[in-house]
Design a protein around this ligand. Sequence first.
Ligand code: DGL
Length: 258
Amino acid sequence: MTSTAPIGVFDSGLGGISVVREIRHNMPNERVLYFGDSANAPYGTKSPEQVRDLSNTIVERFVKQGVKAVVIACNTATSAAANELRDRYDIPIIGMEPALKVACDRGEGHRQRVIVAATPLTLREKKFAVLMDRFKADHTIFPEPCPGLVEIVEHGLLDDHDTVMRTLHEYFDQYDLSTIDSVVLGCTHFVFYRDYFRELLPSSAAIIDGNAGTVRHLGVVLESLGKLAPDHADGGIELANSDTCERIARLAQSLLDR
Ligand code: DGL
């Protein structure tokens, strides 16, 4: 069994496009409807209730469009809204969380020193506390809220090397980075900063994100339901955004093509 119905992917704004790129690369036959909520970004400094309401409105729209699954391409919305969305809707809802397990497993039994860069809300929510509880006895974990990195992407300043590096230094100069084993990019906007993090960090420090794991999980779920797109299907990406100005449309497309 297969399904040519689209997959709905959403984020508070443009960060989830990093997940769409991964879907396009690994599941090229799938059709993706992407919705970025840039008019309401950032989510990471909002209350959980606000993020739940906004997420619910987006998923309702996807359901009307006939999606076969939803990917919450946003760690923040996953923390605040995934459980409620799963209770409410009858389609698979795939969420994301900072890939802390991947970072800790790299140590193969040795204590790891890991920075988790994410939004303030992701790091405040219970889901992250539960994740920390699994690893904090055996590893040293530094949660670091970096809301400024979301703003830079949304304002189209990602290519402004000085602004980006200055912002990264503001967040990370407090650490002795030579003692850090890995940095987890726990926000989909941050995945676009990989090269900048590489410039900031010593080569011994790994940079880890959850995009590949999320897309693998999506594939497993769709396969188990017999809902993968058939091999001959033409995949494609449609980008939509709550901020309908031309600047955001161009920015979204350029991030997809990046
Ligand atoms: N991209 C989002 C995440 O993965 C959230 C960014 C924001 O709106 O604060 O957490």
